[in-house]
Design a protein around this ligand. Structure first.
Ligand code: C2E
Ligand code: CA
Ligand code: CA
Length: 558
């Protein structure tokens, strides 16, 4: 048989403890104390035996409230469940706030009710303690996620009066820290981070957790000095690791309304993501603007499928002119997408492409654009008896689509086109992500007969090394190189340098964003092949683009 559990009864009036002892005595071992100080002594010395404390609030020497406070403050005693006994209904809320599990009113209720309550609380608590071995993260000693949220929820529910902050801390480029300096060092950084957090929690009431590898969450009473908090963490981190610079960033949400902790943490995390890589300003406090942007993004996400089915996406075309001849000749075009939203109006790709790239949904949009473009190219060929190749944009997500090659080939076949009629623009940033995979893909596509244009060349990621290893056909010089060639000698030289390199590698070059006659002249003098930009035309719908085709034909005939 199991040893009976022990109940500690704390009451200064013997008549009460006697009565309780009678009620509980059959099922439990009972020990008693007649004041708070004695009660705490017993708790400390019998912590492993005592299953529950029945606590009177009004006592001499040390009252029940103070006992509760002490229990909460002492690490060893914190998990001890306490049922408060009181004759004042009003005391109940205070007691629960101070961490009491339940309360019973004096004079005592039916015996069965008291027994049931005591039994239930013990069960609950033991159930919790069984799993509490996994309550903390082994490496850092902070709560693991589930428990963290469980406790945050309790604080949220039982302490509606407390203004709480949620802080999410992240280590910049933690995977690189691990990769460059080893896992052991990475672990040491995480442990150091935790000790800073624990230190912080000694001065501010709260709890903390480590979520994913390097994301820390803190739920604590409100403070106004978030920047100072982050700066202090950062300073300690520099001190801990003076050679290897570890950069922290932090997102914060302050409890301003009745929003559950889980959501508050989502917001703090969003804020934290928004300052990723921003070493100048690594702190973000969730605000109305972010909320609006989030709602807007959610709206776009939920509208996407319907919009595709509904034909709200439209393909526009922007011509590319060959400037090696005089007058320049229309050679090809680029397909660019627009979302004509029934309520939000025209949305440009800069708004929705980053959003849909994050979750891969961009492939749906891209496939739609490719199909429309292929149909259009076929239609123009039939209508004007000429082939005008059109480039389409591939996003990073497309590169990882295993069906990409099949899809593109089917497109060509279904529309009776040649492979060189649809050119593929791959943005430069895709090269830096998974170069090997991209390299293999480009090899395959080129072998089939597709032409590859490297988009946005020079916009930030390129290396000459990459340029020589990637088998591409065309280099699209980013418009940032063109913008200032008329008034900056350096920019002019850079532009010429890119053209020299391309010439050396036998790549033709398309200059993007050409807006003025002066830019055109400089590019032509430097032997640039093709030009795309507002100087010739903005992006226009297919119908309007036809006018450019007609004009071109008239000129070449006449
Ligand atoms: P991009 O591929 O570099 O496209 C060129 C962008 O420059 C287009 O912006 C175009 O409108 C703009 N542009 C053209 N000429 C000029 C000029 O003379 N001056 C200036 N200031 N801008 C000019 P847009 O259409 O807003 O597209 C932005 C980006 O969105 C594109 O950059 C491309 O990366 C992406 N994108 C557009 N359509 C698609 C698509 O169907 N799929 C994917 N994955 N991405 C697309
Ligand atoms: Ca492009
Ligand atoms: Ca571009």
């Amino acid at each position: 048989m199991r040893r009976p559990r022990t109940v500690l009864i704390v009451d200064d009036q013997e008549i009460n403890s006697d009565a309780l002892e009678v009620i509980l005595g059959n099922d439990y071992d009972v020990i008693t104390a007649d004041n708070g100080v004695r009660a705490l002594e017993l708790m400390r010395s019998h912590i492993n035996e005592i299953s529950i404390v029945m606590l009177d609030l009004m006592m001499p020497v040390m009252n029940g409230y103070e006992v509760l406070k002490t229990i909460r403050e002492e690490e060893e005693l914190r998990n001890l469940p306490v049922i408060v006994m009181t004759s004042y209904k009003e005391a109940e809320v205070d007691a629960l706030r101070l961490g009491a599990s339940d309360f019973i009113t004096k004079p005592f209720d039916l015996h069965e009710v008291i027994l049931a309550r005591v039994g239930r609380i013990i069960e609950l608590n033991e159930g919790r303690r069984l799993i509490s071995s996994a309550e903390k993260d082994e490496l850092t000693g902070l709560y693991i996620k589930n428990f963290f949220f469980e406790y945050a929820d309790r604080i949220f529910r039982y302490h509606p009066e407390l203004k709480m902050d949620t802080l999410v801390l992240n280590i910049e480029q933690f995977h690189s820290v691990n990769a460059l300096h080893g896992r052991e060092f990475g672990d040491a950084v995480l442990r150091a981070m935790c000790s800073f957090i624990r230190e912080f929690l000694r001065e501010t009431e709260g709890i903390a957790s480590r979520f994913d590898a390097d994301r820390f969450s803190i739920y604590c009473t409100h403070r106004d000095d978030h920047r100072a908090i982050l700066e202090r963490f950062q300073a300690k981190m520099y001190e801990f690791s003076p050679k290897v610079r570890i950069h922290l960033r932090m997102g914060v949400d302050e409890r301003t309304e009745d929003v559950e902790p889980v959501l508050l943490f989502d917001r703090a995390r969003t804020a934290c993501i928004m300052v990723r890589g921003d070493y100048q300003n690594p702190l973000m406090i969730y605000n109305e603007e972010i909320l609006k942007k989030e709602l807007f993004d959610q709206r776009l996400l939920s509208d996407l499928r319907n919009a595709l089915a509904d034909g709200q996406f439209q393909v526009y075309y922007q011509p590319k002119y060959d400037i090696r001849c005089e007058p320049p000749r229309l050679r090809s075009a680029e397909a660019l997408v627009r979302w004509d939203h029934p309520e939000l109006g025209i949305i440009s790709p800069g708004t929705f492409i980053p959003l849909f790239e994050g979750n891969g949904l961009i492939t749906l949009v891209d496939n739609y654009v490719w199909e429309e473009t292929a149909k259009q190219v076929a239609q123009w060929r039939n209508k004007f008896s000429l082939t005008l190749p059109v480039s389409v944009n591939l996003s990073r997500a497309d590169v990882f689509d295993p069906d990409l090659t099949d899809r593109l080939c089917r497109l060509i076949k279904d529309n009776g086109l040649d492979y060189c009629d649809i050119k593929l623009e791959v943005t430069e940033s895709a090269y830096s992500q998974d170069a090997d995979r991209l390299l293999a893909l480009i090899h395959t596509l080129r072998k089939i007969g597709f032409e590859i244009e490297m988009d946005d060349f020079g916009a930030g990621y390129s290396s000459l090394n990459m340029l020589s290893s990637m088998p591409i056909d065309v280099l699209k010089m980013d418009m940032s190189f063109v913008r200032n060639i008329e008034n900056s000698e350096t920019d002019l030289r850079l532009m010429k340098l890119i053209l020299d390199i391309a010439g050396y590698l036998k790549l033709s070059v398309v200059a993007e964003g050409v807006e003025t006659e002066g830019q055109l002249k400089l590019l032509r003098d430097a032997d640039c092949d093709l030009v795309q930009g507002y100087y010739f035309s903005r992006l226009v719908p297919a119908k309007e683009f036809e006018k450019l085709i007609v004009k071109e034909r008239e000129r070449s005939v006449g």
